[in-house]
Every structure is written in C-alpha cells, then in structure tokens.
Design a binder for this molecule. Structure first.
Ligand code: HEC
Length: 151
C-alpha cells in the first residue's frame, strides 16, 4: 500500500514535471516570437516625421504621397528616418522592404522612395553627407539631377 502510494507519487511527479517543461517551452517560444516581431531598433526612438516644407516639390510629393504612406505599414517612419544608411545600402534595403510579404510597395514606388532618401541624405543629414566617399556623393548628385530634370 505504501509502496504503491510512493510509486504513484513518483509517476505523478514525473508527469507534472513533464507538463511543466512543456508549458515553460511554449511560454519561452511565445516570448521569443513576440520579441522578434516587436524588436525595437535604436532608430525607432527618434523623430517620426521630416519637415519637408523647404524641399523642392518633387521631393515633397515623394515624401507626402509615397514614402510616408508606404514605409510605415510595419514600423513607424522613425526607423528609416533615423537610420544612417549609406546611399549604396539604401538601394538594397528599399528592395528588401519591397519584397516583404504584403509590403504593398510597387517597383515604381520603390524608386521614388529611394530618390527621396537620396535627396534627404544630402539635405538633412549634412554631417553624414560631408563624410561620404566621393562615389557615394556622386550617386546622390546624379539622382537629384535626374529627378529635377524630369519634373
Ligand atoms: C511589410 C512590412 C514592412 C514594410 C512595408 C516596410 N518595412 Fe522596413 N522593416 C520591416 C521589418 C520586419 C524590419 C526588421 C528588419 C528586417 O526584417 O529587415 C524592418 C527594418 C527596417 C529598417 C531598419 C534597418 C536597420 O538595420 O537599421 C529600415 C531602415 C527600414 N525598415 C526601412 C523601410 C523603408 C524605407 C520602407 C519603405 C520603402 C519600409 N521599411 C517598409 C518591415 C517593413
């Protein structure tokens, strides 16, 4: 009788421990997936808008109609606004964002957004711009020339 009871206790203890382990694993995985989904980037903590009132019209349009609508679907605009990407990196990154599931960003939008980011790099991030290597600066200058001549 006593032995049976001890046996039962051991079995039920093992079951409880196993159940506990399963629950802990589920909770742990849940927490990890929330953390991944809500990962906060340093840039997220900065300003969420750019004052483009002094920008030339084609860039104001790109900001108001495209960038500020398309790039805040999954995170705030603070993320692209406060990230110090080199111009060459922006091209890859805009494409990466476009490819994300349900991004809703067409390739024409992507190009306009990239053009806006090029101008904005020169206009707003002056100390960053000054330190850029010549070829990166040239990329920006050429993009600005193209946009301004087309509009
Ligand atoms: C469909 C959802 C979605 C859309 C739309 C989107 N992003 Fe993102 N973005 C993400 C996710 C998710 C991350 C986290 C890193 C990753 O997966 O690349 C991210 C990260 C970023 C980062 C941080 C990169 C770093 O390492 O600092 C920048 C910059 C960025 N996005 C810019 C943009 C721009 C610009 C647009 C508009 C063209 C945009 N995002 C639109 C989902 C999106």
């Amino acid at each position: 009788m006593i032995l049976e009871r001890i046996g039962y206790c051991i079995v039920s203890w093992k079951r409880k421990a196993a159940l506990c382990l399963v629950m802990a694993t589920v909770a742990g995985l849940g927490m990890v997936s929330v953390a991944v989904a809500k990962k906060v980037f340093e840039a997220d903590k900065g300003p969420k808008t750019i004052d483009v009132s002094g920008y030339p019209k084609p860039y104001q349009e790109r900001y108001n109609k495209i960038f500020s609508k398309k790039c805040r679907k999954c995170h705030t605009l603070a993320r692209p606004i406060n990230t110090n990407f080199e111009p060459t990196k922006w091209e890859k990154y805009v494409k990466r964002m476009m490819r994300k599931k349900d991004s809703g960003i067409k390739s024409e939008d992507g190009e306009n957004i990239w053009q806006f980011l090029m101008f904005d790099t020169k206009e707003r991030r002056k100390s960053f711009w000054e330190k850029l290597p010549e070829d990166e600066k040239k990329l920006i200058e050429e993009s600005i020339k193209k946009v301004m001549s087309e509009n």
